[in-house]
Write a new protein. Structure first.
Length: 328
């Protein structure tokens, strides 16, 4: 189990102990905004890995906060073991403090220039701060750029750990990422060709990073998560931090899915055709009705599709689910 003091410190964006240990070991430390720390070597960038780890983009997704707190606490005891330039982002601090997904707007829909009617919401300032810090971290030439945005899903899933990968990532880098994810205990990946305004899509499209949104289990209260079920994922991240390379932690290939259609909520009359117990990756037969939305409706296409992230409670105009098809 994670040290409860370390977990509390990370959840409250208190990097004082971690920062002191790495600074005393000769690393360059920057704290560009509350809840963001950048730990970089004084050596020339060269081929050095630059790894961005983000947690708490949704305030009620606490397992990654606990997992990362444990990793950082262990690494800070041996700071010279760090072989990568590391940036850690604790996302929606106010929502984490209140145990809520978000306060006014979903932070993971704000990593874009055009935010429409969300521009005035409280979370936009936080998104801007994260984007500025990310741009500075990834601005140096040379080296690999990776971003693992760690989440937990609202619903249970037939694959307890899965990831969404922006299809915009260059083919070779995407293959390396898929191999790493499979070896890190991620059983399935979803390739999404549409650039959503998410943090991982932002880093992939703007900086060419090997990025993903990794879903690790279900939402839970801070301090109560069973981290044992994601021990392989934690070990794979730790190995990357200590080796500075992106070789697969072990040999295991994830199942690969592709987004077939995005289900967007268009009105207050929006209704999914299945209940809230329906798990991620539940298959729906060709032609099946997915959702009714006023006079319109969504149906499965000519092959079986699997539902992921179904959420009828989103705002009008936002994604209420993905339908994916299996590739491998």
């Amino acid at each position: 189990m994670s040290d409860p003091d370390a977990v509390r410190a990370l959840a409250e964006a208190d990097f004082s102990d971690v920062a002191d240990r790495f600074a005393n070991a000769g690393f360059n430390l920057r704290l560009p905004a509350k809840g963001i720390v950048q730990i970089t070597s004084s050596a020339p960038p060269g081929k050095r890995l630059r790894l961005l780890l983000s947690v708490g983009i949704h305030g009620d997704e606490t397992a990654p906060i606990e997992m990362l707190a444990h990793l950082l606490d262990d690494l800070a005891q041996q700071p010279h073991a760090l072989r990568a330039d590391l940036m850690v982002v604790v996302g929606n601090l106010a929502a984490i403090a209140q145990g809520r997904r978000y306060l006014d707007a979903d932070l993971n829909r704000l990593f874009a220039v055009d935010r429409g009617d969300l521009q005035t919401e409280a979370e936009t300032e936080r998104a801007d701060a994260i984007m500025r810090a990310t741009a500075a971290f990834f601005s140096a030439e040379g080296g690999e750029k990776w971003h693992l945005d760690l989440h937990t899903a609202i619903r249970k899933s037939f694959y307890p750990a899965f990831a969404v990968v922006p299809d915009v990532i260059a083919a070779r880098r995407k293959q390396t990422l898929a191999a790493w994810l499979g070896g890190a205990g991620i059983a399935a990946i979803i390739l999404n060709s549409k650039l959503a305004p998410t943090f991982s899509a932002y880093t992939a499209s703007q900086f060419g990073a090997a990025s993903c949104t990794a879903e690790l289990g279900q939402i839970g209260l801070l301090g109560t998560n069973d981290l044992g079920q994601f021990a392989v994922t934690a070990a794979a991240i730790d190995a990357m931090l200590r080796s500075g390379d992106t070789l697969a932690f072990r040999r295991a290939s994830p199942h690969v899915f592709q987004v077939a259609q995005e289900i967007v909520k268009r009105s207050d009359d929006f209704q999914l055709t299945f209940d809230r117990a329906t798990q991620n990756f539940t298959p729906l037969e060709p032609g099946a009705l997915i959702a009714q939305d006023g006079a319109g409706s969504y149906h499965v296409g000519p092959v079986t599709e699997y539902v992921v992230f179904p959420n009828p409670d989103v705002r009008i105009g936002q994604r209420a689910g993905l339908m994916v098809v299996r590739r491998t």
